[in-house]
Design a protein around this ligand. Sequence first.
Ligand code: ACO
Length: 282
Amino acid sequence: MSDKPIPGGNDVKVEFEDGIAWVHIDRPEKRNAMSIGLAREMNDVLDKLETDDRCGVIVLTGSGEAFSAGMDLKDFFRAMEGLSDVERHRIYRETRAWQWRTLMYYAKPTIAMVNGWCFGGAFTPLICCDLAITDEDAVFGLSEINWGVIPGGVVSKAISTLMGDREALYYVMTGKKFDGRRAKELGLVNDAVPAAKLKDETRELARELLGKNPTVLRQARMAYKYAREMNWEQASEYLTAKADQTDLVDPEKGKQQGLSQFLDQKTFKPGHGNYERAEEEG
Ligand code: ACO
């Protein structure tokens, strides 16, 4: 077991459990509204977890009764008024780093576990995680229109990647709330489950991911995310090259193991589960 310190500790709480890093937005008294300090701490935490052996999968969630009540309106609106343009630019860059770029292209799989309120800016990290599970009674809302701003940051862009235009615009234009069951129908989450089962279901999904070849899992996630931005010709070339690169960088040599176990030893069928992964050394 690593003797490294546990990252976070102020507005971000990390708990390790058998390869899962439970990363909590930890401002329950503010319904986990995302402040500037939180952005800086989360950037540091995610950077550290990326190379931390205790973390094979990240679950992003919130402490207390909220996933996150969105951007901290005091920090991001009231307090911004007195700042220079350069300072504002830096704060937006730091915020978008963790909420969007880092989570979207993270080296390890990410699951958002929506345990309660999820408003406005919170849609960005939700959508930029690979997978998401919600409490079926969690409350979601693009509330920006209700108080005179647009879904900015990258919220409007993020929702357009998962929601259809009619549905996205309906919620952008009305600010109406919806629950976890509806979030599932809208494609924002993979599953909506009763609160009592939320952690167990999320843990089960995380464990399933931990059982996969981590290099191939990372390559597969990146291949999907980059290819969807390309045209067919570009995607075809890129995916062929990415597949070759995967063979090259995979220390487990998963493809060779899988082929040999299916074709030669006849001990495994890909349609039914994972190939037998060699025991890790050490
Ligand atoms: N920014 C700053 N502070 C917040 C935020 C926020 N987004 N959300 C909640 N808080 C604070 C409250 O001001 C309150 O602080 P106080 O104790 O110092 O008065 C504390 O968190 C608790 O909030 P309550 O409103 O008392 O909690 P309640 O459980 O009654 O309601 C709810 C929860 C519905 C989430 C409510 O707090 C709310 O509507 N929050 C704002 C939601 C929102 O629209 N977020 C912004 C989206 S737009 C964007 O992200 C750019």
